[in-house]
Ligand binder design. Structure first.
Ligand code: PBG
Length: 342
């Protein structure tokens, strides 16, 4: 609602006035702009991209309206708007064909895998854009888990070997930021050591330090085709949604092992975690607005129950208010467009 054009009704009030009127600072748009404590900008956005094998194909992710999977020959055109809008970084996710998946996730360490080919291509076409590479085995394992399984358990230390090899091939292919999302113990230190041993000292690590075993990843598993295959759940390695102190211990460990930036995931149901992490550690902290959060907003928008732009921008600003430095979001392109339009 806009401020009244005339002040005719001023002074009509009798009796005790409120001594303090916080509404004055909300009176008109310029005041609201002036006192705003947090701002969202294009600099805050990381845009996730799904790449797949094949040629000349773009497919829609049914549960994530507006999100697409693209073949590599379509990647340049797909990413061009992000470059044009000035989005600082992309996060790459591969849709691995079933025949390249196995129990050990060996395709993860293949220097010619989809991620590596996509990364080389993007670095050549868009050298100014940062590339974030997810490190976990779930796109490559036929059981859909993030590590290798021994005696029915995701084996920590054996998984580390594959994960460090995966991080090295990604970094060598041009990935700027390794983002381990697997939640194995000790992976940040193991990856840092493996990168440094190969002279890859500039490769940053953004650890998914506090990643919860969440119901909100469903549409992502559909997008990369790891959902149907997943046997059981990820509760023996991803965090229990009941816990908060534990997130601080995870972040402390990852920082001590050399993480340059940390991530909290999912986003909106875990704003309290973002705030605690930022307050305690004062390090670059990111939020992942995950597939299920995107799907919820889009489903309501499609039913006419929420306004797309308003819900999108409010959800993203909330991460800034909680203390996040930036947000990995499927809305990145739309949010950048909307902010440019003013
Ligand atoms: C891989 C990974 C997942 C997501 C990002 N990286 C899935 C999972 O942990 O099962 C989910 C992202 C999203 O839901 O948007 N470990």
């Amino acid at each position: 609602m806009t401020a009244p054009a005339t002040a005719a009704h001023h002074g009509a009030c009798h009796g005790a006035f409120p001594a303090l009127r916080p509404r004055r600072n909300r009176y008109d748009a310029w005041t609201r702009r002036l006192v705003a404590e947090n701002h969202l900008s294009v600099d805050d956005l990381i845009w996730p991209i799904f790449v797949m094998e094949g040629r000349e194909t773009v497919t829609e992710v049914a549960s994530m309206p507006g999100v697409q999977r693209v073949t590599l020959d379509r990647l340049e055109a797909h990413v061009a708007p992000a470059a044009e809008l000035g989005i600082p970084a992309l996060a790459l996710f591969p849709v691995t064909p079933a025949e390249k998946k196995n129990a050990e996730g060996t395709e993860a360490r293949n220097p010619e895998n989809l991620m590596c080919r996509a990364s080389r291509l993007l670095k050549e076409k868009f050298p100014q854009i940062g590339l974030v590479g997810d490190v976990a085995l779930d796109p490559y394992t036929d059981h859909g888990h993030d590590g290798v399984i021994r005696d029915g358990y995701v084996d920590n230390d054996e998984s580390l070997e594959v994960l460090t090899a995966q991080a090295v091939v990604q970094s060598q292919a041009g990935i700027d930021v390794i983002a381990p999302s697997d939640m194995m113990d000790g992976r940040v230190g193991a990856i840092r050591a493996a990168l440094d041993a190969r002279g890859l000292i500039h490769t940053r690590i953004m650890s998914y330090a506090a990643k919860y075993a969440s119901a909100f990843y469903g549409p992502f598993r559909d997008a990369v085709g790891s959902g149907g295959a997943l046997k059981g759940d990820k509760k023996t390695y991803q965090m229990d949604p009941a816990n908060s102190d534990e997130a601080l211990r995870e972040v402390a460990l990852d920082l001590s092992e050399g993480a340059d930036m940390v991530m909290v995931k999912p986003g909106m149901p875990y704003l309290d975690i973002i705030q605690r992490v930022k307050e305690r550690f004062a390090v670059p902290t990111f939020a992942y607005q995950v597939s299920g959060e995107y799907a919820m907003i889009m489903a309501a928008v499609r039913n006419g129950w929420l306004d797309h732009d308003k819900a999108m921008l409010e959800s993203l600003l909330a991460f800034k208010r909680a203390g996040a430095n930036g947000v990995l979001t499927y809305f990145a392109i739309e949010a950048a467009r909307r902010m440019r339009a003013g």
